[in-house]
Design a binder for this molecule. Structure first.
Ligand SMILES: Cc1cc2nc3c(=O)[nH]c(=O)nc-3n(C[C@H](O)[C@H](O)[C@H](O)COP(=O)(O)OP(=O)(O)OC[C@H]3O[C@@H](n4cnc5c(N)ncnc54)[C@H](O)[C@@H]3O)c2cc1C
Length: 464
């Protein structure tokens, strides 16, 4: 068997692992990156963030033309659109391939050795990788675990045939006539809304009493309104059962059995860390529930074994894994770093979009030392000019009454994902309301709602 020794061995080339690899290479560390998946970039690039946003974008275009065909919009009329989903998926795959190649080139430039194959650990610092050309035993001084996560399967609704996960939903050859989404979290809603825009009849089955239960109700209300307006059937407080003969059995909130017609059942009930089948149990690392336990340096309980990304817990977001990957590389290179962000902003690319950074109203419930201020997009010129002012969207700022330190910023509205980094920067820099109020915001932009919400918190908003 071929033997390989390296300073750093990274398992998994998702956004956690490949970023760790590039940074290790930049810092001159001898680095090997192993991935057994379909392409560099892991879940995010191949079957997650990027392909889902591509399909969402295509669905938005389709909807715009459909509106123009259905009586006209903004004085524009058009013929009814037709979609060839196979071509859309090919276009999406082209973007993925381009990014795969980009990641490969960046790793090469950083002199990271990439090995394609599945790794299995015999002990904490040694693994065997099964490649197409045979097995390689790799020993390393430092091991970075970045094996990511996988979709949770329901035992009574196993994946296969017309019961699909988000992965298959992103590569369908036709728009299903009737789609039932089981699980009303962000992945299910993003895809459910996209397929509704593409013309599918969509029903959502969610056990909780609200969609997107991790976000507060004010943020999710505009999304719920969009679903209602567009005829998406919502079954809240309901449980899915088995699927057969084109029908999904559910039990409604009132305990009544109901059958929902479905060409496809998309199960998006969560993701779990990928901890099975690669010898994690032989490595002697401590666990925190289903996740690998790490400290604020991303160190596991085993010396010089590090872990990043979805494997290490919530929030399971690409940018968290990347940030951890950079930190770990720098620590291995001898720098004094910790992973201790003030905030990891989260975005739902629903219709409209939702952003949440820092503390929200539920986190400060019962506290009277916090100012909360909301500014609606209905009063922002740019929002009206791009048809983003009438869906109940707003920016909300939470700040300390005592010193005006910003504690949290949330928004709901079209395109608000683009505001998320400005929210995170203010929180990370420890900004006070006066910092945002004193920043001249470009007109006309959606970001003016952040400015106005901060002014409003100080008692002197201009446009309301
Ligand atoms: C539909 C969907 C949409 C999403 N949208 C967003 C979004 O908009 N924004 C966002 O921030 N996040 C989003 N996410 C989540 C995001 O994709 C993950 O948080 C991110 O990919 C996690 O990165 P990671 O590096 O931890 O692991 P992954 O990206 O899961 O990568 C792990 C890699 O490790 C490989 N691997 C595992 N075990 C082994 C082994 N033993 N040997 C070799 N290789 C191995 C796997 O093949 C995989 O390539 C989305 C996810 C999905 C499914």
């Amino acid at each position: 068997m071929q033997q390989l020794k390296t300073k750093v061995l990274i398992i998994g080339a998702g956004t956690g692992g490949y970023v760790a690899g590039i940074r290790c290479g930049q810092l001159g560390l001898d680095t090997v990156l192993v991935d057994g998946g379909d392409g560099l970039g892991g879940t995010c690039l191949n079957v997650g963030c990027i392909p889902s946003k591509a399909i969402i974008h295509a669905a938005g275009k389709f909807e715009t033309v459909a509106k123009a065909a259905g009586g006209g919009t903004l004085g524009i009329t058009a013929a009814a659109p037709v979609i060839d989903l196979k071509q859309t998926v090919e276009w999406k795959d082209g973007i993925v391939r381009k990014l795969n190649a980009g990641v490969a080139a960046l790793l090469k430039k950083a002199k990271v050795k990439v090995i394609k194959g599945w790794a299995e650990f015999a002990d904490a610092k040694t693994c065997v990788v099964k490649t197409e050309d045979g097995e390689i035993r790799i020993t390393a001084e430092h091991v970075v675990l970045a094996t990511g996560s996988e979709p949770v399967e329901l035992p009574f609704l196993p994946f296969g045939g017309d019961v699909i996960s988000s992965t298959e939903a992103l590569s369908l050859s036709d728009v299903p006539k009737k789609l039932v989404v089981v699980g009303g979290g962000y992945i299910g809603l993003e895809l459910g809304i996209a397929f509704r825009k593409l013309g599918a009849e969509v029903a959502i089955v969610e056990m909780a009493e609200r969609i997107l239960p991790l976000y507060d109700k004010a943020l999710t209300d505009p999304v719920a309104k969009w679903l209602e307006k567009h005829g998406v059937e919502l079954h809240l407080g309901a449980r899915a059962g088995g699927f057969g003969d084109g029908k999904l059995s559910i039990t409604t909130r009132d305990g009544e059995p109901l059958q929902l017609d479905a060409d496809k059942v998309l199960v998006t009930v969560g993701r779990r860390p990928r901890t099975q089948g690669w010898g994690l149990e032989n490595m002697g690392v401590a666990m925190a529930g289903p996740f690998v336990k790490i400290d604020n340096r991303c160190a596991t309980s085993m010396k010089n074994v590090w872990a990043v990304g979805d494997l290490t817990g919530e929030p399971m977001l690409a940018h968290k894994g990347s940030a951890q990957g950079e930190v770990v590389a720098e620590i291995i290179a001898g720098r004094d770093r910790v992973f201790d962000p003030v905030t990891i902003a989260a975005v739902c690319f629903t219709e409209p979009e939702i952003v949440s950074a820092g503390l929200g109203p539920n986190d400060v419930a019962g506290r009277d030392d916090v100012i909360q201020s909301v500014f609606p997009f209905a009063a922002i010129g740019r929002a009206l000019a791009i048809e983003a002012g009438e869906d109940g969207g707003f920016v909300r700022v939470l700040a300390s009454k005592a010193d005006h330190r910003i504690l949290g910023v949330q928004a709901v509205g079209q395109h608000v994902s683009e505001l998320s980094n400005s929210f995170a920067q203010m929180l990370e820099m420890g900004a006070v309301l006066e910092d945002v109020a004193g920043t001249i915001h470009v007109h006309p932009t959606l970001g003016e709602a952040f400015h106005e919400a901060s002014l409003r918190a100080l008692g002197h908003a201009i446009h309301i």
